[in-house]
Ligand binder design. Structure first.
Ligand SMILES: Cc1cc2nc3c(=O)[nH]c(=O)nc-3n(C[C@H](O)[C@H](O)[C@H](O)COP(=O)(O)OP(=O)(O)OC[C@H]3O[C@@H](n4cnc5c(N)ncnc54)[C@H](O)[C@@H]3O)c2cc1C
Length: 376
């Protein structure tokens, strides 16, 4: 019997957990996932899946985000979840507001054009304030909004929990440890991961550590173009049946995402000058909450359940990257997912698994060139 290929995934956010899940479906791999969990963007994230109606960074970014949104129903099916009923992910539609009716009409035109290649966007309509009120009792507005029925919400913490559970059922090992990487090229199982108490050797390693990639690769002589961005949001509880309320994207930073069982998220901030800090900044959160209450006055009566703080990863040109690290065959990495990583993360993970399997990838990896961001 041939020996199994030992693969480690470092990082248990959306990219790492999805990678471990899909790898664990292959009997020729022995899979281990290591995750410290500190600062994780995925479990802090707002959970909006609606890449078609925001400003397009560039063609490659849009292609990745739109394919990521289209991939979600498949991921849910692979996990045995019903996309129409699941508390993890649900397509409830998105309401997008703009400053003026003219800008709203322009957005509708763009959305109709984008729908030609992205049918996941679903039905599009400009809704009157009365129609908005019918969709969600949360909003008190005199403005119209664009509704896209394919917009969805995803609970990052529930999703990674499910992915890890399924990966474990398929035989993967999950460790809640921070690791350090060393490489002994030329040796059998050249990738060594060290926790506080143990050392493990692997044939291949996938680094899915988000904003912490420099910390793992720079000691090995690589320069890594990644910087952290702090993001905070508020978790509220409303006494209402919120499960099917649409996601609300007013003009500006604060979005309102109603999840199942009264959970409502308001966020998020984008702070570039705070490094890896994870302390909540009350003033920023209060301003955001006040702005949300202006459009959704009912939120003033909601209980504050908690504050979430996470660290996003950005490259200097805001583009995500993934693939095999040059000079290190069998070492893969993905990072720079920015503020759309919950949307694109599962697609990136699927592509990493396709690369490891030697299969044709869903999107061309050369469009997200890792060598531009990780240099020896
Ligand atoms: C407040 C906020 C709101 C957001 N809202 C949205 C949204 O609405 N829609 C959307 O699409 N995206 C959103 N994002 C972006 C999205 O969350 C991220 O882009 C995405 O989750 C990144 O996933 P990742 O797997 O690359 O990294 P992460 O989720 O950050 O996971 C990396 C993991 O690696 C672990 N790790 C790091 N170093 C080590 C080590 N040495 N050993 C072991 N483990 C290690 C970390 O602890 C962490 O658990 C939001 C982000 C934030 C912070």
């Amino acid at each position: 019997m041939s020996e199994k290929v030992k693969i480690a995934v470092v990082g248990g956010g959306i990219v790492g957990s999805t990678t471990a899940f899909y790898l664990s479906q292959h009997s020729q791999y022995e899979v281990a996932l290591f995750d410290s969990g500190i600062g994780q963007a995925t479990s802090a994230a707002a959970g909006i899946i609606c890449p078609w109606l925001s400003q397009r960074r560039n063609k490659q970014w849009y292609q990745l985000a739109a394919s990521g949104a289209a991939f979600y129903p498949q991921l849910m099916q692979d996990l045995g979840e019903d996309p129409a009923r699941s508390d993890i992910y649900r397509q409830v539609g998105t309401l997008v507001f703009k400053k003026t009716p003219k800008l709203l009409a322009k957005l509708e035109k763009i959305a109709l054009k984008r729908r030609e290649d992205a049918p996941t966007i679903g039905k599009l309509a400009i809704l009157s304030p009365e129609e908005i009120k019918e969709k969600t009792p949360l909003l008190e507005t005199t403005e119209s909004a664009l509704f896209a029925s394919g917009g969805a919400k995803v609970d990052g913490a529930l999703l990674t929990g499910k992915l890890k559970e399924k990966a474990q059922k398929n035989g993967a090992s999950v460790y809640n440890d921070e690791v350090q990487l060393t490489i002994e090229l030329g040796e059998k199982q050249p990738y060594r991961l060290k926790t506080e108490t143990n050392q493990y050797s692997f044939d291949k390693v996938v680094l899915a550590v988000g904003a912490w990639l420099p910390g793992l690769l720079e000691p090995l002589g690589y320069a890594v173009d990644i910087r952290p961005q702090k993001g905070q949001l508020v978790e509220l509880h409303l006494d209402a049946k919120t499960d099917d309320w649409p996601v609300v994207m007013p003009d500006g930073e604060k979005d309102i995402i109603p999840f199942a069982n009264g959970k409502v998220i308001v966020g998020a901030t984008h702070e570039n000058d705070q490094g890896y800090d994870l302390e909540p900044t009350k003033k920023q959160l209060r301003v955001m909450l006040d702005e949300a209450i202006e459009i959704a006055p009912g939120l003033a009566d909601a209980d504050i359940k908690g504050i979430r703080v996470g660290t996003r990863a950005y490259t200097s040109d805001f583009a995500p990257f993934f693939g095999e690290v040059s000079d290190a065959p069998g070492l893969y990495a993905a990072s720079g997912l920015g503020s759309s990583g919950l949307t694109s993360g599962p697609m990136i993970a699927k592509i990493l698994v396709q690369l490891i399997n030697g299969e044709v990838t869903y999107l061309p990896v050369r469009d997200y060139p890792i060598e531009n961001y990780i240099k020896k």
